[in-house]
Design a protein around this ligand. Structure first.
Ligand SMILES: NC(=O)c1ccc[n+]([C@@H]2O[C@H](COP(=O)([O-])OP(=O)(O)OC[C@H]3O[C@@H](n4cnc5c(N)ncnc54)[C@H](O)[C@@H]3O)[C@@H](O)[C@H]2O)c1
Length: 272
C-alpha cells in the first residue's frame, strides 16, 4: 500500500522491542528506509536482518537514549547511510512499579531519564536533520498513563509519560515553522511477545474483561497510528495524540483494591 512515504528515512528507538520492531517492520513495508536503534544492539540487529531478508533497507545500532551524544551519533550514522532523516520515532521506554512510598530518587531519575529525557534528546539532536530535508515528523510513544495514572507502573512512569505529552506540544509549536510535525501515541495494554512472557495467566485473562473491545491491543495496532502521524494523511496534525487502548479509557474499571493488590510486585524495577 502506498502511504506517500516511500523512499523516506525513519530512525526508530526501542526497535528491538515489541512496539518498536512492529513499527520498523510496518515502515519498511511502506518503502521507508529504517534505522533501528536500541540498548539491545543484538536485538535491533536481528529485527533489521529480518526486515532486510524481506527486501527492506535497514541499518541498526546499539545506544542508550539517555546519552545525548550517543543519540546525536545515531542521527549522524543514519544520515551517512541513507542521506538524511525524515522521521524519528521514540519507542524506547519502560516502567517500574514503585509507589511514592517506595521509590528512591535514583529510581525516579532512571525512569524519567528513559521515558522523557530520551525523547527530548531525539528532538534536540534530530531537529536540524529533519530541517535539512525541508521538514519531517517526530512521534513520541507515551501511554494512557500520561492522561490518568498507571495501575501497573509507578509514579515515575505516570509522571514521565505525562511529561512526554508536554514535550510533544511544546516541540510541535516550536518546530512548526520548520515544517516538522510532532505527535504522540498513547497505547493502553499492548500484548507484545515481551509482555506475554512476563505477565501471569491471571493478568492475560483479566485485561480483556476490563477493556470494552474485550481484548489486548496488538503491537501492529500501535505501529499503524505511528505511521499515520508520519504520513501525509496527518498533514494537519501536530501537537496532538491518539489513544490506542481498545476503549480502556472510556470504561476504566481499575480500583484502589486492584492498585493495592498489584503495586510493588517483584520483577519490574527501574533500569540501572
Ligand atoms: N506494552 C504496553 O502495554 C505499553 C503500554 C503503553 C505504553 N507503552 C510504551 O511503548 C513503548 C514500547 O513498549 P514495548 O511494550 O514495546 O516495550 P519493550 O520492552 O518490548 O521494548 C522497549 C525497548 O526499549 C529498549 N530500551 C530500554 N531502555 C533503553 C534505553 N535506555 N536506550 C535505548 N533503548 C532502550 C529495550 O531494550 C526494548 O527493546 C514504551 O515507551 C512503553 O512505555 C507500552
Amino acid at each position: 500500500m502506498d502511504y506517500g512515504i516511500k523512499g523516506k528515512v525513519a530512525l526508530v528507538t526501542g526497535a528491538a522491542g515489541g512496539i518498536g520492531s512492529a513499527t520498523a517492520r510496518l515502515f519498511a513495508k511502506a518503502g521507508v528506509q529504517v534505522a533501528l536503534f536500541d540498548r539491545d544492539a543484538d536485538g535491533a540487529q536481528r529485527v533489521a536482518q529480518h526486515i532486510a531478508d524481506e527486501g527492506g533497507q535497514t541499518i541498526s545500532g546499539g545506544f542508550d537514549v539517555r546519552d545525548y551524544d550517543a543519540f546525536a551519533a545515531a542521527i549522524e550514522k543514519t544520515q551517512a547511510a541513507f542521506g538524511g532523516v525524515d522521521f524519528i520515532v521514540n519507542v524506547a521506554g519502560g516502567g517500574s512499579r514503585q509507589t511514592l512510598a517506595t521509590m528512591t530518587p535514583e529510581d525516579w531519575h532512571a525512569i524519567v531519564d528513559l521515558n522523557l529525557t530520551g525523547p527530548f534528546h531525539s528532538i534536540k539532536a534530530g531537529a536540524s536533520a529533519l530541517r535539512a530535508r525541508g521538514g519531517g515528523a517526530i512521534v513520541t510513544v507515551a501511554s494512557l498513563a500520561g492522561l490518568r495514572m498507571s495501575m501497573n507502573n509507578g509514579v515515575s512512569y505516570t509522571s514521565s509519560k505525562a511529561g512526554v505529552l508536554g514535550l510533544t506540544r511544546h516541540a510541535a509549536f516550536e518546530l512548526a515553522p520548520d515544517n516538522i510535525r510532532v505527535n504522540a501515541v498513547l497505547p493502553g495494554p499492548v500484548l507484545t511477545p515481551q509482555m506475554k512472557a512476563k505477565i501471569s495467566q491471571e493478568t492475560l485473562e483479566r485485561v480483556p474483561r476490563e477493556v470494552p473491545l474485550g481484548r489486548w491491543v496488538q503491537p501492529e495496532e500501535v505501529a499503524a497510528p505511528i505511521l499515520f502521524f508520519c504520513s501525509p494523511m496527518s498533514s494537519a496534525c501536530t501537537g496532538t495524540h491518539v489513544i490506542i487502548d481498545c476503549g480502556l479509557h472510556v470504561g476504566a474499571t481499575s480500583s484502589r483494591e486492584e492498585y493495592n493488590r498489584t503495586r510493588d510486585l517483584p520483577g519490574l524495577s527501574a533500569p540501572k
